[in-house]
Design a protein around this ligand. Sequence first.
Ligand code: NAP
Length: 305
Amino acid sequence: MHTDLVVLGGGPAGLAAGMYASRARISSVLIEKGQPGGQMAATEIVENYPGFVDPIYGAELSLKMEAHARKFGLEVVQADILSVEKEGKGFTLTDDSGTVYSCRALIIATGASPVKLGIPGELELAGKGVSYCAVCDGPFFRDFEVAVIGGGDSAVQEAVYLTRFATRVHLIHRRDELRALKELQEKAFGMPRIVIHWSHVPVEITGVREVEGIRIRSAKDGSEENLPVGGVFFYVGLKPSTEGLKDLVDTDYAGFILTDDTMATSTPGVFAAGDVRCKQLRQIATAVGDGATAAFSAQHYLEKL
Ligand code: NAP
């Protein structure tokens, strides 16, 4: 299949890019390996996407974005792309069944996923108190105690954010020193609601239908204690979904794709949008903005070819 543009990834960034490109009459195909919506589809309720005064289910918003993109003629294909090669001035993508797609411009919108620790209870209670997004789920924990795992910028920033709702935020970090920016650390140290459990690791999340507690273990003497929390937020790192793409574009040390503010990558004709990009804020609203910008830039690139 040959099109002018391939959008790789069907989360909010990819769907917005596909919608803008199709509306600009660029022949485009969006390739997604799962269901359109990405992480948004897995979010129970979205309360912070402008225009939706009443909360909307993430799955419903995903269907609406897909329908909106298809309305302008975007073709959506379900396929698992294993490799992307540069060929002349264009690109070829090969999926797991050997089908080849070729295009003149490419938008990478494959997203990122939170690193999971895989401790007992984490998977079983995901969405029932286990969360990877305080901005999305924090308001559900008003008047609860919660735990935040990690010691980086995300963990400390989100622990500070969660003090708006939770009566106590237990920050559980495996070392006796935080990795986070000093400014964030100072903010956290000044908040009486944040209790830091230095040199502790989470061992198990307890609860049947919902989270009831977390068992943590001292990395120093092996002693264990149970904290009675209603929510557990994991911030032990994010991993970009860039399998098969790393040789195509420059990334930062963690593998996130570097772009300029037009969403152009180090390779002419390749743009990146959304969570897969090296950026500050990963939200549906920022992903949609990236997608629109990437489509606009791809249009200009194609016009110049
Ligand atoms: P991160 O910087 O990779 O931090 C992950 C944290 O999780 C670290 O404290 C790490 O501990 C801990 N951790 C990792 N594996 C673990 C394990 N198996 N068990 C227990 N703890 C574990 O990730 P992030 O905080 O999500 O940040 C990602 C990037 O976004 C960074 O570049 C960060 O600077 C940036 N960011 C910036 C801001 C901001 O500027 N305001 C906000 C958010 C994110 P160790 O420290 O011991 O390694």
